[in-house]
Design a protein around this ligand. Structure first.
Ligand code: ZN
Length: 323
């Protein structure tokens, strides 16, 4: 035995005692399954943007994808160590313009049960309160984008004006259109009308028409019909800095960037949804826009890279504490 190995033999038993304490603190129960209220902040030109997490829920891609080749969604998901159902985000976004506080969408509120409704807590954690919101711009009238407008039948944002494209407003508030949609979308009519009701009664819903230019300085609506009749994206712009809040242009990042022609059964008109997605993906790459998505992994903010012929890659924002 060398001197060194003799020394090790002598030391090892006492080291083992040192490394494993006789009593353990690890018997404490796991504290909570939940994360902290989710917000993520950055700047776009003169604007402060805060992503807010309303909740997450399992999204059965295998049942809801439409137009994929056999096994295509499974294969694409497996490449990302994912499988259906994939946990989907419900993100909304806050913009402080310097003189107005605006929300892009409101999350699902109570309409998705325990899986959502975290937006107000995230908003407060980020330093603001629901009463401070001046304007809400809705991308489209689906439950997971407007459900957060009310809690127990009352307005969550009592001082806000709600802006909705006239095409979506006219469609979802008129029950005669129920005949045009399948069983999946029919329940959206009463749900959406229910959360809009107190705001309509208070005169706080303002439908806007396409082609009106900036709705407030620096925020321009860009129509992206297909997912819904009036599905609208919003371009926040200040000089060369810009972020596109694109609602549901991509539902499932794990498959639709690689193959933008995979649609989702929640789409009102599939060809229109695909055409809008193709156009916005190309525009976002060409202009180098930030993109903010409602269902892309929190904070749902990133860029898009072209990968080849009609294939793209999501490039998430690099996390920082200091923006
Ligand atoms: Zn959605």
């Amino acid at each position: 035995m060398t001197l060194k190995s003799a020394l090790m033999a002598a030391l090892l038993p006492s080291m083992a005692v040192m490394l494993v304490p006789a009593t353990s603190q690890a018997a404490a129960p796991m504290a909570s399954q939940r994360q902290a209220p989710g917000f993520y902040r950055m700047h776009v030109g003169r604007f402060e943007v805060t992503a807010l997490l309303d909740g997450t829920h399992p999204f059965p891609v295998d049942q809801l994808a439409f137009g994929a080749k056999p096994r295509e969604t499974d294969k694409l998901l497996a490449q990302r160590y994912l499988a259906s159902p994939v946990e989907g985000m419900i993100n909304a976004f806050l913009v402080n313009t310097g003189d107005r506080l605006i929300l892009i969408d409101t999350g699902a509120g109570d309409l998705y049960g325990k899986e959502a409704g975290g937006l107000s807590a995230a908003l407060r954690a980020s330093g603001y309160s629901p009463e401070q919101i001046d304007d809400i711009f809705i991308t489209h009238l689906h439950e997971d984008h407007v459900g957060g407008l009310v809690k127990d039948g009352r307005m969550v944002f009592p001082n806000a004006t709600v802006h909705i494209s006239k095409r979506d407003y006219d469609f979802w508030t008129d029950d005669s259109h129920q005949a045009e949609v399948g069983a999946l979308l029919k329940p959206f009519f009463p749900a959406v009308q229910g959360v809009l009701r107190p705001y309509i009664a208070a005169g706080r819903v303002v439908p806007f028409s396409e082609g009106e230019g900036d709705l407030i300085p620096g925020l321009r609506p860009i129509a992206a019909p297909g997912h819904t009749p009036g599905h609208t994206t919003y371009l926040l712009h200040d000089g060369k800095d810009a972020m596109l809040f694109w609602g549901d242009t991509v539902h499932v990042a794990g498959v639709q960037f690689d193959d933008p022609h995979i649609a989702i059964k929640y789409d009102w008109k599939v060809p229109g949804a695909i055409a809008s997605r193709d156009r916005l993906l190309a525009e976002a790459v060409k202009n180098g826009w930030w993109v903010a998505g409602a269902h892309i992994s929190f904070p749902g903010i990133g860029h898009i890279a072209a990968k080849g012929r009609n294939a793209y890659a999501w490039v998430p924002a690099n996390y920082t504490l200091n923006r």
